[in-house]
Design a protein around this ligand. Structure first.
Ligand SMILES: Cc1cc2nc3c(=O)[nH]c(=O)nc-3n(C[C@H](O)[C@H](O)[C@H](O)COP(=O)(O)O)c2cc1C
Length: 379
């Protein structure tokens, strides 16, 4: 199958990946209400069609946090991407650089920040706060030394949300002999993935945090390790700790409430990502797109407001921009594309998003993305 829409990349990833990794990417928390809302609330927004306006030139480029973006889209941090394709984070980073958009590397990526930076372009770096502050300080220094231009501090995961699919697939909780047998069986029944990732794609460690994993370099019980090591005591005061090391822009990711957005401004952040972690954390919270307008009203003139969650097409990107987002980040779309076929598939997927944004701009009469606003919406 030649993939056309994001859902086609999803289907290709479903066929190629062992179920434990596909379900980990695809799933959300609890009954997945928020995961569905993210997509459905975007779908429900109507664009306003306009015709007969000279649309021979359309400009998708914009500036944000000192960088020029070829279009208002970035690749969101996604953990363990090196388990979906060989050295997955470096592949994604190259695809993003080729498309002229930022790639944000997860704290819990397989490839380290040094490996990704040396593959071409220093990524944005996403931080999860571990209890071990000495390790955190060293990690921030590594990100800085690698040349990362922006720090994305994710604040909506003091504890992992309960994800039923990960229990059923054996991604979490299935340790010991039966866990090992399940993993081996999933590998054997997905030979193309096994060849690419297990045989050619090692080491399978969490490159940024392996020094913080005392009992060896592998993480067998990934979500259990997170639950034990992520710091629930974090407050806005901890931004001061981050600031001791990090003097570049800080983006706070995981904001859904205008009060928290104002706190991010007071803490000196340069941006926020309106996000519910793709419906993977607190199920039953509102969709990102629903939360977006009030946050833009509250802090839009103070810092950059990005959004992620449920963006599945270029049309969704334009809708989010019309509601005040500066840019959108894609999570699952690039993870699906990576699982479907690595860097070439991510490049292709970004090409699809680009052409969909272009089409939507032409048919809404918007020839400069920087002017996108409420006038592009119908009702
Ligand atoms: C498989 C997977 C792993 C993720 N890992 C991280 C992570 O390590 N750090 C982080 O800040 N967000 C992580 N996220 C959340 C994404 O950055 C993003 O907020 C979310 O995927 C956006 O929703 P979407 O998937 O509908 O685009 C992850 C999401 C997925 C799907």
């Amino acid at each position: 199958m030649k993939p056309a829409s994001i859902m086609d990349y999803r289907e290709l990833a479903r066929r190629r990946l062992p179920p434990m990794f596909f379900e980990y990417i695809d799933g959300g928390a609890y009954a997945e209400v928020t995961l569905r809302r993210n997509v459905e609330d975007l779908e429900a927004i109507a664009l306003r069609q306009r015709v007969m306006r000279d649309m021979s030139v359309v400009d998708l480029s914009m500036e944000s946090l000192g960088q020029t973006w070829a279009m208002p889209v970035g690749l969101a941090p996604v953990g363990m991407a090196g388990m979906y394709a060989r050295r997955g984070e470096t592949q994604a980073s190259r695809a993003a650089a080729g498309a002229g958009v930022p790639f944000c590397l997860s704290t819990v990526g397989i490839c380290s920040v040094e490996e990704v930076a040396s593959a071409g372009t220093a990524p944005w770096f996403q931080l999860y706060m571990l209890k071990d502050r000495g390790y955190m300080r060293a990690l921030l220094e590594r990100a800085k030394a690698a040349g990362c231009p922006v720090l994305v501090f994710t604040v909506d995961l003091p504890v992992p949300g309960s994800r039923y699919r990960d229990v059923k697939s054996g991604f979490t909780g299935a340790t010991g002999l039966s866990g090992a047998a399940n993993t081996a069986w999933q590998g054997m029944t997905h030979p193309a993935w096994s060849w690419d990732v297990m045989l050619k794609g090692g080491p399978h460690t969490l490159g940024n945090v392996q020094g913080a994993i005392p009992d060896g370099r592998r993480v067998n019980d990934f979500l259990g390790w997170i639950a034990r090591n992520f710091d629930r005591s974090v407050t806005w005061k901890d931004i001061e700790f981050v600031r001791e090391v990090w003097d570049g822009p800080i983006v706070i990711k995981g904001i859904l409430d205008p009060e928290d957005a104002r706190a991010a401004v007071r803490a000196g952040a340069q941006g926020v990502v309106v996000s519910n972690h793709g419906g993977r954390q607190l199920d039953a919270v509102k969709s990102s797109i629903t939360a977006l307008p009030r946050i833009v009203d509250a802090v839009g003139s103070d810092l950059e407001v990005y959004m992620d969650g449920g963006v599945r097409s270029g049309l969704d990107v334009l809708k989010a921009l019309a509601l005040g987002a500066k840019a959108c980040f894609l999570g699952r779309p690039w993870a699906y594309a990576l699982g479907a076929g690595g860097e070439p598939m991510i490049s292709r997927m970004l090409g699809v998003i680009r052409s969909e944004i272009t089409t939507a701009m032409i048919l809404t009469g918007c020839n400069d993305i920087r002017t996108a606003g409420k006038a592009l919406l119908d009702g």
